[in-house]
Design a protein around this ligand. Structure first.
Ligand code: MF3
Ligand code: CO
Length: 248
């Protein structure tokens, strides 16, 4: 069931989105060779406490941390801990916040120091995938126009799009209908109505799109070991087009 949000509800989600954006900005400043993923998690926990927001991921289906940190061939849902970042790594950081019962969710992939040209282009392309998806968020478009735009940007740059994990509606729950795949033919699915709020989150691999889950039962990796990037925003569809709720 798809739940459209009122102006009042979107105003609360805007507050949650602002805190997620602050947290993303904070970890973006902090990422450098020598910092551990656990330290990044602690930075976000402190920020959320100060802002009186709840870290949305903690305890979600038993998830043990407040953010997800996925390095190199890890796609999503990496668990922060003792792992230390090193020059040349890429790290995807995914953050969710809940305020007054409403959620916002965003992710970025960051370079740790200097990275190789393929990784740099992967990050640029995946960010462009997200932007292309967001540009489709107008009331004349359909859901799969977002999916198709994302896939086109990724594949025209020679990368592949993950199939098993997708974007989602968001509101009073972190994951609501509809699912938002990052691939598909255009012109299919529901019309994008004002009040629809979506977490759009392309996951793009250098190699093949196949995934596997590690023994920790959370960390999703590429089967072929190639690197992967992930960018996400929570986006409200309005009469005037997309409003990105998780941008500073
Ligand atoms: N942004 C992620 C998603 O939409 C949230 C991480 S799920 C958690 O799937 F379990 F790690 F919290
Ligand atoms: Co999400």
């Amino acid at each position: 069931m798809i739940i459209l949000k009122s102006e009042r509800e979107i105003a609360i989600m805007r507050e949650a989105g602002k805190i997620v954006a602050l947290a993303i900005a904070e970890v973006t400043r902090a990422v450098r060779p020598g910092i551990s993923t656990g330290e990044l998690n602690a930075l976000v926990e402190n920020l959320m406490a100060k802002q009186k927001a709840r870290p949305a991921f903690k305890g979600y289906h038993g998830y043990p941390a407040s953010i997800c940190t996925s390095i190199n061939e890890e796609i999503v849902h990496g668990i922060p801990g003792l792992k230390v970042l090193k020059e040349g790594d890429i790290i995807s950081i995914d953050i969710g916040a809940e305020i007054n019962g409403y959620f916002a969710d965003a992710a970025v992939t960051l370079a740790v120091g200097d990275i190789d040209p393929v990784s740099r282009r992967l990050l640029e392309t995946t960010a462009q995938c997200l932007e292309a998806g967001i540009r489709q968020c107008t009331k004349d478009k359909r859901l799969s126009d977002i999916s198709h735009a994302i896939q086109s940007v990724a594949e025209s740059n020679g990368y592949s799009v993950v199939r098993e994990y997708v974007g989602h509606g968001i509101g009073r729950a972190m994951h609501e209908d509809p699912q938002v795949p990052n691939f598909g033919k255009p012109g299919r699915g529901i019309k994008l109505s004002p009040g629809l709020v979506l977490a759009i989150e392309p996951m793009v691999n250098v190699g093949r799109f196949d995934t596997a889950v590690l023994d920790d039962n959370w960390t999703v990796v590429t089967k072929d070991g190639s690197r992967s990037a992930h960018f996400e925003h929570t986006v409200a569809i309005t009469e005037r087009g997309p409003e990105i709720l998780t941008r500073c």
